[in-house]
Design a protein around this ligand. Sequence first.
Ligand code: NAP
Length: 532
Amino acid sequence: MSAHGDFDVLVIGAGFGGMYMVHSARQHGLRVHALEAGGDVGGTWYWNRYPGARCDVESLEYSYGFSDDLQQDWVWTERYASQPEILAYADHVATRFDLRRDISFTTTVRSATFDEERSRWIVRTEAGEELSGQFLVTAIGCLSAANIPPFPGLEHFGGEWQHTGRWPATGLDFSGKRVGVIGTGSSGVQSIPVIAGQAEKLFVFQRTPAYTVPAHNRALSGEEEKAIKADYPAFRAANRLMITAMGSRFPLNDVSALAVSPDERERLFEERWERGGLGFMGSFNDLLIDAAANELAAAFVRNKIRTIVEDPDVAGRLCPTTTIGCKRLCVDTGYYATFNRDNVELVDVAAAPITEITAAGLRTTERAFDLDCIVFATGFDAMTGALSRIDIRGRGGMPLTDAWAEGPRTYLGLGVAGFPNLFTITGPGSPSVLANMVVAVEQHVDWITGCIEHLRTRGVREIEPTAEAQDAWVTFVADVADFTLFPTCNSWYLGANIEGKRRVFMPLLGFPEYVEQCERVAAKGYEGFALI
Ligand code: NAP
């Protein structure tokens, strides 16, 4: 469908956020249209097709809860769903709810300008199409703006290269090839074991070692699925009460790591390690707020690395020294053991950084590497990158990038002062990446459509956060972060992975309290927003 026309709601993006936004807006009788850069629905799961891509949230939780028929009908085959299975799920949802008729694909939004006279957003695409909407909803993902470090010489590279977040649907054939993977965050940690099994030789270029815990992925038993499906709404409700909106079956152990004996501590860490997954950080209640407690968990993982990796020198270089969980914990299948393979070499690019990409491969300050393929697992300009790549202008033609020059400023992570009728699904200042994203997305969409209904039934043309409410919210988000160890490392949560980006902790920790806050604001007639 080509993009043109005037709508009640324009949506940018057709990943999990955009898809549900289209569905929910329709249910509320709104004329809605979504613009999607990709060729189909799925967002993150459309773009991240790299080998080994898999969700690190359990599949029975990482799925929509808005339709009981949907959650009853869909059958997940594994504890952690693979990228192809999640993309198949997105396809199923789009077909089941006939979403595609209100989505334009391969349509990249270039600009969005608020027309103050008409109280409408004017959106222009790269192809020159123009649309308008009373409301603009961004559903462009927190981790969608791929970051390729500006290594000189990439244009001269004679082999093939890809970023994990822009992986071609046709895949890459690594057989018989010399491959270099740059980056050891979640994407590197997932792809490295798989690529190692395919390539003739794999060089892993590591700058900062990551902490990763085993996924212990497995086929889902019918019994497990049956038990949850017997009362799926209760399961969803229990998860929404968790700080990260997930993991109610194995919740936080509400005890300090410093309050138990060394043997008991080891037993509890081991139990979580054996269970696998992100729940490891819930072994004790102070791992992300007390540096001494955190170090105990970090030391446990370092011991595991030394046990798994046979070469002590390689094991030493794989051992992180930073705060565990400060950068997002990785979840892997066979990552550390991959370094026992003869065809895998770990290259420390903290000690000897990459200086350039060459026609034949790449060069560090110490050595040249001949490569047939380079995989950039180098992450994203997170949370604000996708927004700042669109020319978004609010009142008086103010660019969003100017309004956010000192870091993103929002109210509830949902609205921005000076940008009326703009809603940001999982925007900075909301739990987003510190929660189960699908749950966070559904909560935002429900709140947004509820808000639009409130405005329309009262004949309100515009809604916009007040500067005071926004200032207070920005302070609150920072205060919550400062109570934790999150600000102590150079993570993408802080924008620290992007040169020149303002260091601001962007997500908000604590899903249930956040939901309460959103509901309170709505119940008080959208307190903190100006309604015109
Ligand atoms: P990331 O966590 O930001 O990791 C990027 C990696 O690239 C880091 O190891 C980084 O090193 C390295 N790097 C960046 N610039 C470099 C340079 N100039 N030279 C050498 N190394 C460089 O990105 P990601 O792995 O794509 O993951 C991002 C997020 O996406 C995750 O944290 C997670 O939230 C999500 N994700 C989830 C899954 C899942 O569900 N399983 C999978 C993939 C991604 P430094 O640490 O030194 O900067």
